[in-house]
Design a protein around this ligand. Structure first.
Ligand code: GLA
Length: 738
């Protein structure tokens, strides 16, 4: 069979076939038109080794001699029902612990950007169909579907999506975190062995690695060669870098299945979640560009490129928490509208029995004691003020103190097959809540019907869809069922979206515990973190946005005194931080001082002026020497304008930051740069800097070429710790006509 060569945006994927097997021999830089004779790739055979060259198959397998983590693990053994209670005294029909998959067919998909490869082992009774697509922006998509072609049930332990990376990839960067500290990077040198990131939370997890990136020594934001993967799945999973003694390396991911969780009857199939992968020869920003291009080309994408502008949000959570009273909420809505807010989101606390977080989950009826006339008086005022109305829900959960739990105890997830009445125990509580078993069709239907009714009966433009606990000991009928629960939750999103296509949905999970491309196939933004502290948000957003474009990442200006960290930040730092996302407020703005309100008003106007740019442009993260200084921003695709934030995360080593490179603008064009926030009109202007005089350009702006700004830079003012400066750059008239 001839090799398949996929090419896009500086990336090549070369799939070759030898001796009936299939191998990705290259995923990396573009190889151009002409390919050599692939015999040139045959490796030497060392002493004390297999007598044939070992292939890193598309599904690495032991039958080809692959000594690393296999791509497929499964068997019929556990289910064979052999006599003797586990004694190994009889043949197991169709026993297949080590399949030997051989290529049946391979074809390029129309347009030449994809490949569909079928492999099978008829003796083992398995067939695997693999699909690869290289999207126009350079993002590679890979998934497999395994079918049981045997005559007995097949118990699947793991089906992995794996890609090769070269020996040059000697450093690994992955992300981790916890509640209120999601997506923080960790880095180390790659040695021999396997680096595994396991997620057993039953949801994506606060500590999940949104990106697993291997790269050349010292790769940075804008330099070095990087290979990175993301696994699009919201349940249990593992991501890994396998570095073998023979020098080969793979990056991979697989759903983490429990014992007996996926048992395929003859003819049944299992599909892996999709692995998304990008290569860059210009550091992490190149990886980000490939992901953004893919997101923005989706028909369902919200944001500027799709003509769906992201409205300014006010969320009530850190403003009123569970204190739902109509009059104060009407005041809040009026105060928000007066500032220019465009969407008002009523958070947790509106449904039956929900006076705090001990009760009510599952009873998706408006609480008549708090809202005697329903939500209508609030919704009508909100929409009358020109804003959209949004509502918080947590459909996958249930409190024991709820009508639904009392009526249907069998709808609550348990680790054993026994019902409650028969002593079936419950998993431990988490935030006083349990999980509704969506694999139970009645429970699923009830939840669908309630949400469908709420959306049908009220003028709701947006749902904040929360999921606030790990799925521990998650079983259905006595078997692990995170897999089934995840698919059932996906079906719930999909069905509601199909019935209410104009309702936008946010994925929230105690902040950012369900942020992945699986959930984003059915939602329109994520809540990156419950932490609204701007300092923490600088890091959380930088790394969330390594994969997700800013229009999908909710970012709110929180209260002056952060509720989750206790830090106090000036308004301009909070506003500049939230500007580089889907901007909103989450604060009782009735308490803001008149000066804070004025800066907030200016920030909202700035967001409205620049959201088209922020939500469609190229993301820039400069490489700076000062560990506590950051410069990030966005440049329009046409290169005519840029918006940057210079941010001090703490005290600087140097007395002054000096000239700081502003990369990403067109080197051949001339730009006018000016400081946009804070300005001398803002209350926190004086507090933001520690200097006797700012650099001259701050007062009146300055003109420089993109080349000069990138190579020589801008002298920054001396920002106080935990302050920021917003900088606008716009092509000069003269440069535009050049
Ligand atoms: C979770 C969310 C918060 C808020 C609360 C409400 O913690 O992450 O933003 O909605 O639930 O209970």
């Amino acid at each position: 069979m001839d090799p398949l060569h996929l090419r896009a945006a500086g990336t090549s994927v070369l799939v070759a076939f030898h001796s009936g097997e299939v191998e990705i021999v290259h995923w990396g830089a573009d190889l151009g038109d002409s390919l050599p004779d692939l015999d040139l790739l045959t490796p030497p055979i060392p002493h004390s080794a297999l007598d044939v060259p070992v292939i890193a198959g598309l599904l690495p397998q032991s039958s080809s001699g692959w000594p690393g983590r296999p791509g497929l693990r499964g068997s019929r053994l556990a289910l064979s029902g052999t006599a003797g209670g586990g004694a190994h005294d009889g043949a197991v029909p169709g026993f297949a612990f080590s399949p030997a998959l051989r290529v049946v067919s391979a074809e390029a998909t129309p347009g030449g950007r994809g490949a569909r490869i079928v492999q099978a082992d008829p003796d083992a009774g398995v067939q695997v169909i693999s699909e690869l697509t290289l999207h126009s922006g350079g993002l590679l998509e890979l998934s497999h579907e395994l079918a049981n072609t045997g005559t007995t049930p097949y118990c699947l332990d793991e089906l992995g999506t794996v890609l090769p990376v070269p020996g040059e990839a000697v450093e690994l960067l992955d992300l981790t975190g916890r509640w209120c500290r999601e997506n923080h990077p960790q880095r180390h040198r790659v040695g021999q062995g396997t680096w595994v990131r396991s997620g057993r939370h039953g949801r994506t997890g606060h500590d999940s690695s949104l990106l697993l990136a291997a790269g050349s020594a010292g790769f940075s934001n804008r330099a070095g060669r990087v290979w990175a993967v993301h696994f699009a799945w919201s349940g249990n999973h593992e991501q890994y870098l396998d570095s073998l003694a023979d020098g080969r390396r793979t990056l991979g991911a697989a759903e983490l299945l429990g014992p007996g969780e996926v048992v395929l009857a003859p003819g049944e199939a299992y599909r892996t979640p999709t692995l998304y992968a990008a290569f860059s020869d210009r550091g992490l920003d190149g990886i980000t560009e490939a992901f953004y291009a893919w997101f923005r080309a989706r028909p369902s994408h919200v944001g500027t490129t799709a003509g769906r502008v992201r409205p300014v949000v006010l969320n009530t959570w850190e403003a009123v928490y569970f204190d739902h009273r109509l009059e104060p909420l009407l005041e809040l809505a009026e105060s928000a509208a007066e500032l220019g807010v465009e969407r008002f989101v009523l958070d947790d606390g509106w449904f039956r029995g929900r006076r705090d977080d001990h009760a009510g989950l599952g009873d998706w009826y408006v609480d008549e004691t708090v809202w005697p006339e329903g939500l209508t008086p609030l919704i009508e005022r909100v929409t009358g003020l020109g804003m959209e109305f949004g509502l918080w829900v947590e459909p996958e959960m249930v409190n024991l103190d709820s009508d639904v739990a009392r009526a249907h105890p069998d709808w609550i997830v348990r680790p054993t097959a026994a019902a409650a009445a028969d002593g079936g125990r419950l998993p431990l509580e988490w935030r006083h809540q349990h999980i509704l078993d969506l694999a139970n069709p009645d429970a699923w239907q009830y939840t669908y019907d309630r949400l469908d009714a709420l959306l049908g009966e009220n003028d709701i433009a947006y749902l904040k869809w929360d999921q606030n606990r790990d799925l521990t000991e998650h079983g259905h009928a006595g078997r692990p069922s995170v897999h089934e629960q995840t698919l059932a939750a996906y079906r719930l999103f999909d069905a509601l979206r199909a019935a209410h296509p104009h309702v936008e949905i946010e994925s929230c999970s105690s902040g950012g515990a369900r942020v992945d491309l699986g959930i984003l196939a059915r939602t329109d933004r994520v809540w990156a973190s419950d932490c609204n502290d701007a300092l923490e948000r600088q890091t959380i957003q930088r790394w969330t946005q390594a994969v997700l474009p800013p229009e999908l990442v909710g970012a709110h200006v929180g209260p002056t005194h952060s509720h989750t960290t206790g830090r106090v930040h000036d308004i301009s730092f909070r506003a500049i931080t939230a500007l580089f996302g889907h901007f909103g407020l989450e604060w009782d703005i009735r308490q803001a001082t008149p000066a804070e309100r004025e800066t907030l008003r200016r920030a909202i106007a700035l967001y409205k002026r620049h959201r088209g740019l922020i939500h469609s442009g190229v993301r820039i993260n400069a490489d700076l020497g000062e560990p506590n200084l950051r410069l990030h921003g966005v440049v329009s695709q046409s290169g005519t304008e840029g918006l940057f934030a210079a941010v001090s995360l703490g005290t600087l080593m140097a007395e002054a930051p000096g000239r700081v490179a502003v990369p990403g603008l067109d080197p051949e064009r001339t730009y006018r740069v000016r400081a946009a926030l804070p300005t001398p009109e803002d209350a926190d202007w004086a507090d933001s800097f520690t200097q006797t005089a700012p650099p001259r350009w701050i007062a009146a702006g300055a003109t420089a070429s993109g080349r000069f700004l990138a190579e020589v830079g801008l002298p920054l003012p001396i920002l106080r710790p935990e302050h920021a400066l917003l900088i606008e750059a716009k092509v000069t008239e003269q440069s535009v006509s050049d």
